[in-house]
Every structure is written in structure tokens, then in C-alpha cells.
Design a protein around this ligand. Structure first.
Ligand code: SF4
Length: 287
């Protein structure tokens, strides 16, 4: 049972997600993880993109930055490079991460940057009132595809795995204890960690409801080997009735991007003195 207080993470802002939205579970799980791990303004930064997920910046009392649409990952990468001692979390939606921000997502995974990406995967654009997203299934009818989506959905775990991510997990947002545990494990993993959080949008996505996930997810279990890449690929391909795997699907230790940058070996960049340079001759030259 969770007994710690999460009050220190509350803000004066009223939560404006729809009642029953899966974002509530992510919010609660994150605050619980923060309380358990001692994340605070001195050791943690959170970044979000644009979408319903991004409102979490207003409800968690931690150093936060809400970026442009799809650009949360490059902001987080910059924060991590400036101070690689920080815990850095990216909150992003499936549209934000896989459409507008698809290139950033792929390249951060490839570099094994030591950040944790929390994907609010609701398979729809919720903030703009229900358009088909890169996670919406083929045939899905919405305002933007009234006769049915003709495109195949993207699979974020498979994409991250093939790009080079070293920690991949999936969890249902309503399972707050498991979500809390996985958030902590992902943050403690050195390298690019991604959590695909199955987050029902109760207002606009009637297909992927709380009941749908409760009926169709299954834990990969203790005998599952998360270091087996082929197995992880196989699991990342599974999706459908009674076959949505959840848990830690992949976890291996590889050198992180930050560990390989020589300038970071002697300490965080923010702790180093800045040498002043006279660039007036450059100004004069281009005047
Ligand atoms: Fe949540 Fe969907 Fe409402 Fe956005 S529109 S707050 S994702 S239920």
C-alpha cells in the first residue's frame, strides 16, 4: 500500500482533464514515484509537448518546460546535456511523439540519450477534439477519417527498439502501482527509456477504453527475459484481443550518449565556468 504524501507535488491549478481520463493515472503514478524517489526541483526536470498530456506541466510542482508540438525530446536532450546529473522526463502524446516529433524520437533512441520518455498513448488527438492519430487502428472512424482510417498504425515500442532504445516497457494507466514501479525502474536505467502507457481517452476514443485494456492486457511474467532482443521484437508485434503484453519488454546496458561525450566526463556543464570571449571583431565584420 502507498503511504507517502505527494502533497509537495500539488499545484494551485485545477485539473482540467475529462473525468475518467487515463491521464489521471499517469499523474498519480508519477507523483507517487517522485515521492518515493525524492525527485525535486533540484534534481529533476520535466518536459512536455503539445496535447492533453501537456497539461501535466500545470499539475506537478517540479521544474517544467512545455515545448512546441513534437519538440519535447530535443528540449529534454538539451537539458540533459547541460546537466547530465538531472533526472529528465519527457511527457508526450502519440501524435506529439510519433507524428510531429517522430524524427526526434528516433534519433534520441539511436543515441541512447539518458532520458525517460513517457508516452501517453491514447491513439487519438484528444486536445483538438478527436482526430485520427498515428496510433489509431486501420479502419478507425473519426472526424478526420469519417469513412475509416486507411493507414496502418505505428508501433512505438518496435520503432524505439529498432532505433536503439535500451529500455522499453508498456503499462496500463489504470494500474497505478505497476506504473509507479516502472517509472522508477525506467528512470534508474542508464540510457534511453520509453514507457508506452496505454491511456484511455474516454471522451473521443471509444475503442480503446479502460474496459478494453483491462480485458486484453497480460503481464509478460517473471520468466520473460528482457535482455532477449528477438523476443522483445516478437512482443512488440503483438496487439489484439487478449494479446497486449505489458511489463518491462526490453532492458540492456549500453553506453549512454552522455557517457561518451568527453566534455561531460569532468562534471556537468552547468557547473563549469564560462570563458568570456571578445566577438566584437565578428560583429564589425558582418555589420
Ligand atoms: Fe483525456 Fe481525451 Fe479528455 Fe484529453 S480529450 S482530457 S485525452 S479524455
Amino acid at each position: 500500500m502507498f503511504t507517502k504524501s505527494t502533497e509537495q507535488f500539488d499545484t494551485p491549478n485545477m485539473c482540467n482533464w475529462c473525468p475518467g481520463c487515463g491521464n489521471m493515472g499517469i499523474w498519480t503514478g508519477f507523483k507517487r514515484a517522485a515521492a518515493l524517489e525524492g525527485w525535486n526541483n533540484g534534481n529533476t526536470a520535466i518536459v512536455a509537448g503539445i496535447g492533453c498530456h501537456g497539461h501535466i506541466m500545470n499539475f506537478v510542482n517540479l521544474t517544467a518546460f512545455e515545448g512546441l508540438h513534437g519538440r519535447a525530446i530535443p528540449v529534454a536532450s538539451g537539458i540533459k546535456l547541460a546537466n547530465h546529473k538531472l533526472n529528465v522526463f519527457v511527457f508526450t502524446g502519440d501524435g506529439d511523439c510519433l507524428a510531429e516529433g517522430g524524427n526526434h524520437f528516433m534519433h534520441a533512441a539511436r543515441r541512447n540519450q539518458n532520458i525517460t520518455v513517457i508516452l501517453h498513448d491514447n491513439a487519438i488527438y484528444g486536445l483538438t477534439t478527436g482526430q485520427t492519430s498515428p496510433r489509431s487502428p486501420k479502419g478507425y472512424k473519426s472526424k478526420s477519417t469519417p469513412t475509416g482510417n486507411i493507414e496502418e498504425p505505428l508501433h512505438p515500442l518496435r520503432m524505439a527498439l529498432s532505433a536503439g532504445a535500451t529500455f522499453l516497457a508498456r503499462v496500463y494507466s489504470g494500474d497505478i502501482p505497476r506504473l509507479t514501479e516502472i517509472l522508477i525502474r525506467a528512470n534508474n536505467h542508464p540510457g534511453f527509456a520509453m514507457i508506452d502507457i496505454l491511456q484511455p481517452c474516454v471522451t473521443f476514443n471509444r475503442m480503446y477504453s479502460h474496459a478494453f485494456y483491462q480485458e486484453n492486457i497480460y503481464e509478460v511474467g517473471e520468466k520473460y527475459d528482457p535482455t532477449d532482443k528477438e523476443l522483445a521484437f516478437a512482443k512488440s508485434l503483438e496487439w489484439g484481443l487478449k494479446k497486449i503484453p505489458v511489463g518491462v519488454l526490453y532492458e540492456v546496458r549500453e553506453p549512454t550518449y552522455e557517457e561518451q561525450v568527453p566534455q561531460l566526463a569532468s562534471g556537468a556543464l552547468v557547473a563549469k565556468p564560462i570563458k568570456k570571449r571578445d566577438i566584437s571583431s565578428l560583429y564589425n565584420h558582418y555589420q
